[in-house]
Design a binder for this molecule. Structure first.
Ligand code: G3P
Ligand code: MG
Length: 252
């Protein structure tokens, strides 16, 4: 989990695949995580939310329409029902048959590839704590101690609070859409180890401040090699990208 000659915080690598390799394969599917590895990523990011019966599955949207052949809300279907859906053919016909993975199956496949993982807790409204707690239970069951511990990130403070309580030992990352004035206080209160700012909000100064305050800087979602180069020049630790093949070449 090192780039050549560089030791990064939290066992990170410079390039993490967003939802696997979102531009190259159907997002948040096992084939997408494997594609990220093949394209040179050392980590992958995924989104976890709960089915109606409380099982963490890997899907980004609150509804099924965009990335499956189903319809309705993720929180309204059971694990059995979500298992009937196709999560690949919307992307391209050759991906027909891909499933919405359970978090457990996704983590097992990711670990088998030797990848690190950033589990973003993406709860349906009202399930902020449950989603974090159930995801942590799965991580504890399946994630091998030989790989760096998963980073638990979220935009939802309640999810990070629950993660802190349930698994203080797992590193937490604070996701930020904008530079919130109280980002330091929030990260400190939630015991975070990393700040995950949207890349277009970052400045060289902010990266320095993040490091000075003792946090790793993991930024998303960068698909432009020139932007990635600039961000790496500012000292960003890890870039989350939809296309690792575009970003890996600019990592020295
Ligand atoms: O974790 C980084 C990024 O995935 C956050 O936004 O909406 O793509 O989950 P989103
Ligand atoms: Mg995400």
């Amino acid at each position: 989990m090192k780039d050549a000659g560089v030791s990064l915080p939290l066992g990170l690598t410079r390039v993490a695949g967003h939802r696997g390799a979102k531009l190259r394969a159907p997002e948040n599917t096992i084939v997408s995580f494997r594609a990220a590895k093949r394209l040179g990523a050392g980590w992958v990011e995924l989104d976890a939310k709960l089915t109606r019966d409380g099982v963490p599955v890997v899907i980004h949207d609150q509804t099924l329409e965009r990335t499956t052949d189903g319809a309705g809300r993720v929180e309204s279907v059971t694990l059995k029902e979500i298992g009937w859906l196709d999560a690949g053919k919307w992307f391209a016909p050759e991906f027909a048959g891909e499933k919405v993975p359970t978090l457990a199956d996704a983590l097992k496949a990711i670990a088998a590839e030797g990848l690190g993982v950033n589990v973003e807790i993406k709860p349906c409204p009202g399930r902020e704590r449950d989603t974090a707690e159930a995801s942590i239970e799965v991580i504890r069951e399946v994630w091998p101690g030989t790989l760096p511990p998963p980073i638990i990130s979220s935009f939802q403070r309640a999810s990070l609070e629950a993660a802190k309580k349930a698994a203080p030992e797992l590193p937490r990352g604070l996701l930020l859409e904008t530079r919130e004035v109280d980002w330091r206080e929030t990260a400190q209160r939630l015991g975070c180890k990393a700040i995950h700012p949207k890349w277009s909000e970052l400045t060289a100064e902010w990266v320095q401040e993040i490091h000075k305050a003792g946090y790793a800087c993991v930024t998303w979602t960068v698909n432009d090699p020139a932007a990635a180069k600039r961000l790496l020049g500012w000292g960003v630790d890890c870039i989350i990208t939809d296309a690792p093949d575009l970003i890996v070449p600019v990592v020295s």
